[in-house]
Ligand binder design. Structure first.
Ligand code: 4AD
Ligand code: MG
Length: 477
């Protein structure tokens, strides 16, 4: 059997066999023991050097961060902490790493420091684990949809339409600095720009995905989306990845079922495929919890939390019921909410969402039937004339992880809605066409992939679950 990396080696059970392995030195102690990591697993392999027969010059170059190639024999380990180790017969230094300069020293670094060294942070246990889990999660996402008859659709990244109607878009233009032509009334003349119209980076692929639902039946997107909202929080990015399924002939109940089944399936998947990494992250979080006051500690470990979500039903509650609960809640009466809930119609803030999930229901919650005027134009109006068939899935520690709705499929109602919001028909003529030719009930949702990775890995800041975060004032790397 040949093994090509440390993960395979540890899985293989081979012993007394000659192997070649390449990786980066994590630590080198007593001039004898190299902890080697090649990124294939959270686990290091211990490589034991015969230092008496190794040149002094070579020994000096075995430093934290150096890339090395090892030849040696797999033997049972004499020491504690590992089952096997490699008795090194030859070592080659592939790339030196100056120990006085290498930022990733074998000690605890703050996440802030590691963010500034995002190009190297995947060489730490925590970030390598997070990024492997992220990779497995994205595969689980595709697997779920592909196995359930969905078509993967690549919606445009540059777009002329504002899918959410919230105006939080990044402009895409080819005009040179200060040389944009202007119209007679002094506005920038985008008809002369590259695309002949105003264009932006997309905030969501939903509107285009709807065209696929209304032709192929079931579709999903999984791509980058962009929001120019100036929110400096632990849950917002200016560039994030969104998963947006869209299904014809499915109503809001079906949409809630789909969201719940989908989330449970992908979590179940990574509980199996990412055991070692999740165990490591579980322990990391347990350490972090220990440093908090008792009252603020989480009742469940990371893995317990994941299993809890997989094994329990999400609680489904209407917006109206939720407002009643919040209005009568202790923090509201004691004026502990920053935004008190006094009346029906208020938009929920994350403090309210978290109260419902973490304190009141103590499980994931799906809120539905929101007031029309706090939700996007495309959501289906209920018969009461004031609520829409919207849903948000709320998660502990995260708040909103999914936002979705049944779409307004009635041409006249949609046109009315757009008029009221000053959205021009000619901007979305193609979207309206779907309501003219063979319209039908259809629904979908968007799940913020980074929020899912956050929940799965227990990382508290969203900047630490995407390789190179884009946030206000930051686009390094
Ligand atoms: O609720 P949102 O804005 O919904 C939409 O964009 C719909 N078009 C989706 C659909 O129905 N197809 O965003 C969906 C999800 C949120 O629930 C959240 O998880 C995530 O996207 N999200 C963000 N994640 C990170 N940073 C941000 N700035 C985010 N904004 C939204
Ligand atoms: Mg939302």
């Amino acid at each position: 059997m040949t093994v090509s990396n440390v993960a395979e080696l540890l899985d293989s059970g081979i012993i007394l066999q000659e192997i070649h392995i390449k990786g980066w030195v994590r630590t080198f102690r007593s001039n004898r023991f190299i902890a080697l990591n090649d990124g294939s697993t959270i686990k290091n392999i211990q490589c034991v050097i015969d230092f008496e027969n190794t040149a002094e010059e070579t020994l000096k170059r075995i430093t934290t961060g150096a890339a090395i190639a090892i030849k040696g024999t797999v033997v049972e380990s004499q020491g504690r902490g590992q089952r096997i180790e490699i008795q090194v017969s030859s070592i080659e230094i592939l790339g030196d790493s100056n120990p006085d300069e290498y930022p990733i020293q074998p000690k605890k670094h703050s996440f802030e420091f590691l963010r500034e060294n995002a190009h190297l942070r995947m060489r730490t246990n925590t970030f390598s684990a997070v990024m492997r889990v992220r990779s497995k999660l994205s595969f689980a996402v595709h697997k779920y949809f592909q196995e359930n008859g969905f078509n993967y659709v690549n919606t445009p990244i540059i777009t002329g339409s504002d899918a959410e109607g919230a105006g939080e878009m990044f402009r895409v233009t080819n005009f040179e600095d200060n040389k944009a032509p202007v119209t007679e009334d002094g506005k920038i003349d985008y008809s002369k720009d590259f695309f002949g119209k105003e264009t932006n980076l997309t905030v969501s692929g939903q509107l285009e995905a709807e065209t696929f639902a209304m032709s192929l039946g079931k579709a999903y997107t999984f791509g980058p989306t962009f929001r120019a909202e100036n929110s400096n929080t632990t849950r917002h990015l200016a560039e994030f990845w969104m998963i947006e399924p869209e299904v014809a002939f499915m109503d809001l109940d079906g949409n809630m079922d789909l969201a719940e089944d989908f989330i449970k399936s992908v979590l179940k998947d990574v509980l199996e495929t990412c055991k070692d990494d999740l165990e490591f992250l579980d322990q990391r979080l347990a350490q972090e919890e220990k440093s908090k006051p008792q009252a603020q500690r989480s009742e469940m470990s990371l893995i317990e939390k994941l299993k809890f979500v997989v094994n329990n039903n999400f609680k489904r509650v209407s917006y109206t019921e939720a407002i009643d609960i919040l209005r009568n809640s202790k923090p509201n009466k004691k004026k502990k909410f920053q935004f008190p809930i006094n009346e029906w119609g208020a938009d929920l803030q994350s403090e309210h969402e978290r109260f419902l999930v973490e304190k009141h229901f103590k499980c994931p919650v799906i809120l539905f039937d929101y007031p029309a005027n706090i939700k996007a134009f495309y959501m289906r109006l209920n018969d009461d004339g004031k609520t829409v068939r919207a849903m948000d899935v709320l998660f502990p520690g995260i708040g909103e992880i999914v936002g979705g709705s049944q779409r307004e499929e009635r041409f006249d109602v949609l046109v009315e809605k757009m008029k009221a919001l000053d959205i021009e028909e000619k901007e979305l003529w193609w979207y309206l066409d779907l309501r003219k030719y063979g319209t039908a009930v259809h629904s979908g949702f968007g799940l913020g992939f980074e929020r899912l990775v956050q929940f799965t890995t227990g990382m508290s800041n969203i900047r630490d679950v995407i390789p190179f975060p884009r946030t206000p004032q930051n686009a390094e790397f």
